[in-house]
Design a protein around this ligand. Structure first.
Ligand SMILES: Nc1ncnc2c1ncn2[C@@H]1O[C@H](COP(=O)(O)OP(=O)(O)O)[C@@H](O)[C@H]1O
Ligand SMILES: [Mg+2]
Length: 216
């Protein structure tokens, strides 16, 4: 296996009670991994731990060769700005701005450019001039995915990104995410409830009984 993008070792965390312990996880360039599990099992928490946002009670996370919880704040900010793409179920777009302006916010910060091919694949090229408030939920979610991918992240963390989408749009979003990581040697960690989405990833894990198990 090539040198991993993400390597987590011995991760334990809980809030009032223990959520999970001794989680080991690794993701190679060009690969995708899905994490499934019941609501409340700690999937979102684990994703936040992998992506610099929550320091675990125990364990180490090496993200893009950096020990993220032993890193200076400015290095963490650089990772977030340039290297990490985060996609949530509920997108955080600026409502009064156009779709194009929303994507430009990301490309200006990271110094990249908006690619027409990406907008075409997401089927949003024609609506980039419209205000976010005029778009449907599914269109808004695709704009938010364009915003994340336009900054050319090396690893994408997606938390239920297709949870609010119809089946066809969900498949389109998965196509775009998987094409992106393969074309760019990036990685995808996907949290989902949806079997048909998780089965499209190379590896599937289940968070259950406070441990992360590889499925199949
Ligand atoms: N910041 C927090 N403070 C206290 N408890 C939290 C916090 N974040 C999550 N939890 C609790 O941890 C548990 C797991 O949450 P979460 O990781 O969101 O699970 P999942 O994504 O699998 O549904 C839940 O019981 C939730 O209420
Ligand atoms: Mg969650």
């Amino acid at each position: 296996m090539s040198h991993p993008l993400l390597e987590a070792k011995g991760i334990s965390h809980g809030f009032d009670t223990l959520l999970f312990s001794n989680v080991d996880f690794s993701l190679a360039p060009g690969h995708s991994a899905a994490i499934v599990g019941r609501s409340g099992s700690g999937k979102s928490t684990l994703l936040h731990i992998f992506s610099t946002f929550i320091q675990p009670n125990a364990g180490r996370v090496i993200l893009l060769d950096q020990d993220i919880y032993a890193l200076k704040e400015n290095k963490v900010e650089a990772l977030r700005r340039f290297d990490i793409g985060i996609i949530f179920q509920f997108h955080y777009l600026f409502k009064g701005m156009s779709a194009k302006e929303n994507v430009e916010v990301a490309t200006m910060l990271s110094g990249s450019e908006i690619e027409d091919a990406l907008l075409e694949k997401l089927e949003i090229k024609e609506l980039m001039g419209q205000k976010i408030g005029e778009l449907s939920g599914g269109q808004q979610q695709r704009v938010s995915i364009a915003r994340v991918l336009s900054k050319k992240p090396r690893i994408i963390f997606a938390d239920e990104p297709t949870g609010n989408l119809d089946k066809e749009t969900a498949e389109l979003v998965m196509d775009v995410l998987l094409d992106y990581i393969r074309e760019n040697g990036a990685g995808l960690v996907l949290v989902t409830h949806d079997e048909s989405m998780s089965s499209r990833c190379e590896k599937q894990y289940r968070l259950e009984d406070k441990i992360l198990k590889e499925v199949r």
